[in-house]
Ligand binder design. Structure first.
Ligand SMILES: *Cc1c(COP(=O)(O)O)cnc(C)c1O
Length: 574
């Protein structure tokens, strides 16, 4: 293996989506939900062979763009998206170990490009107040010193939505100038707040304003951005950038987009309207939102954050989970969508935040069966002259397809080279189970008080592969019969055992609501939940040997949340 340069070896890569997001409600990347101007499509339909076979020449487009921006031709340079603008500015002005200041949290690529060069990054945290996230002006000003080479300002900031007043930006520019450092002002979302600092390039020679066609123009797939700065800076930047980094089709499309600014204005109006609608609806759902000057907002879902994110994804509504940043704990970023998308989002959120019912799997969720059913499995295998450990049983159960104990036995014995009649297996298992009174070894996993408390708020049901008489016997023993509205047991599913969702659908039908949560502990349960289209939470003990494999496997089946112990459910279903 050939190793990369040192700075790259340590860094975390940016992981873009590799799966198709088309057809889903895309509230995760701050694209324009209204698409782009039809004029763009019209222009692209008219391309000719020369547009593809000849190297690009930008001067006509630059003229048009600079007149739209009100700057000189020599004050802009095109880039392959705003991202290349950032990378190019870094590559033009910064060397390894140079210090830069990044107010955080912000757009991830600043840190990534900085790490790629091996810069010394000083992150200064935004502050959280009830109203919104505050730009840390004082701390940034105090941090600027002779060592500082560059200061990043994202305005409005992504993901906090913070708008930074121009008078404050000027303070930073001035302090930076005294220290011979430059200021990068990323205005990817400027249209949504209607304010830009681009005219400052005529006053200060140390600022670089970045804008893009990806957001308000709705052209993220094109990859077109630009830098606005003093003409001498633009000349230097031109040395560091590929001469043809922007392709002809992007230029043709963007040129048409500039002929339809009305489209952008309409999008902005819609975004502002839908932002208000969403904010109000979230407020009704008791979800706190923070004021934003861009086409997205931050919402704090508290203890429901992970569930909401996961379950919306199952419903093909994609949000951005930004909860890793300390001041955004439990927060999701929502790109403002169309009115229709906003309605769908609200409808799904209502279901997720106010479920009407909880359906429990029984074994491994409500009841510990390791010393009852699992012991009977062990004894049956031993009867046929083989051995199986509890751990192996657990593994078989989790990996699916053997939810029924008889099936598990048949499969295990078959794998060991035994072909035994199923009726014989059943006979031995049942006899050993009864003879040893194994049902007495069961333990209750969930606190009875908790169950009683849940009962006050939710309808409760059980969906299990157990025969009815075993279910009744156990519920009676633990005095739980009154707590459940009903039980779907083995006899009810007419041979359509898990992972067939028949039984779960039956439960949903009886509950008369699809606003419910199913809690299971293995792959078959997760498949059932997914097929029945309801939220599934998995109870998984972190100590199991193959935890990480198992976790990624069940995540593929769309579990919204993994909890370690059934009693932790009190933290999410309050
Ligand atoms: C989206 C975004 C960009 C640029 O995206 P491009 O698609 O590369 O133009 C730049 N900065 C911020 C803060 C963004 O959110």
């Amino acid at each position: 293996m050939i190793t990369s340069k040192k700075s790259l070896q340590k860094m975390h890569p940016y992981i873009p989506p590799t799966k198709n997001r088309i057809g889903k409600i895309k509230m995760d990347f701050n694209e324009n939900a209204f698409g782009c101007s039809p004029k763009v499509i019209g222009a692209l339909k008219k391309i000719n062979i020369d547009d593809l076979s000849v190297y690009p020449a930008y001067s006509n487009f630059i003229k048009k763009l600079s007149s739209y921006l009100g700057v000189e031709n020599c004050q802009i340079i095109l880039t392959n998206g705003g991202e290349e603008a950032i990378n190019t500015i870094f590559n033009t002005y910064l060397e390894k170990n140079d210090q830069i200041i990044i107010p955080t949290p912000t757009f991830a690529l600043f840190k990534i490009y900085a790490d790629a060069i091996g810069l010394n990054v000083k992150q200064i945290n935004y502050k959280k107040t009830n109203k919104g996230f505050i730009f840390p002006l004082k701390n940034v000003l105090n941090a600027i010193c002779k060592k500082t080479k560059l200061i990043v300002i994202v305005n409005p900031n992504n993901p906090t939505g913070t708008y930074i007043e121009q008078k404050n930006i000027i303070k930073i520019i001035k302090k930076a100038r005294q220290n011979n450092s430059i200021v990068l002002i990323d205005e990817a979302y400027w249209q949504f707040c209607g304010k830009t600092s681009k005219e400052l390039i005529n006053i200060y020679d140390n600022i670089f304003v970045i804008q893009t066609f990806s957001k308000a123009f709705g052209l993220a797939g094109l990859r077109l951005g630009y830098i606005i700065s003093d003409k001498y800076n633009i000349k230097n930047i031109a040395k560091a950038i590929s001469p043809y980094s922007v392709n002809n089709l992007a230029v043709i499309a963007a040129s048409a987009a500039l002929d339809d600014i009305e489209f952008v204005n309409k999008s902005i109006k819609q975004v502002n309207k839908n932002k208000k609608i969403l904010t109000n609806e979230l407020k009704k759902l008791k979800i706190k939102t923070y004021c934003s000057s861009a086409n997205f907002l931050i919402a704090d879902f508290g203890f429901n954050c992970t569930r909401v994110f996961g379950q919306l994804k199952n419903k093909n509504i994609l949000l951005r989970n930004v909860s890793a940043a300390p001041i955004l704990k439990n927060c999701l970023r929502i790109t403002i969508g169309t009115q229709k998308q906003t309605k769908i989002l609200i409808k799904e959120l209502k279901k997720i935040l106010n479920p009407q019912a909880i359906i429990f799997d029984m074994d491994g969720v409500l009841i510990d069966v390791s010393q009852s059913y699992h012991l009977a499995i062990k004894k049956t295998i031993e009867y046929f002259g083989k051995k199986i450990s509890f751990r192996q049983i657990q593994k078989y159960k989790q990996m699916g397809g053997t939810n029924d104990d008889y099936d598990l036995l048949e499969k295990y014995l078959f794998n060991k080279g035994f072909k035994i009649e199923k009726t014989k297996i059943i006979d031995i298992f049942d006899k050993l189970f009864i003879k040893n009174n194994l049902i007495d070894n069961e333990k209750l996993l969930i606190g009875k008080n908790l169950l009683a408390k849940l009962k006050q708020k939710y309808k409760l049901a059980i969906f299990t592969g157990r025969p009815k008489k075993d279910v009744d016997c156990t519920l009676k023993k633990f005095d739980l019969l009154d707590l459940f509205d009903f039980v779907v047991s083995k006899e009810d599913v007419l041979g359509k055992l898990k992972p067939n969702p028949f039984g779960l659908k039956l439960a949903i039908e009886k509950l008369k609501t699809d606003s419910c949560v199913y809690i299971g502990d293995n792959i078959d349960d997760c498949i059932c939940g997914k097929k029945a289209g309801i939220e599934t939470i998995a109870v998984i003990d972190k100590k199991i040997t193959n935890y990480n494999d198992f976790k990624s496997k069940i995540e593929n089946f769309g579990v919204s949340l993994i909890i370690e112990n059934i009693n932790n459910i009190k933290d999410v279903l309050k």
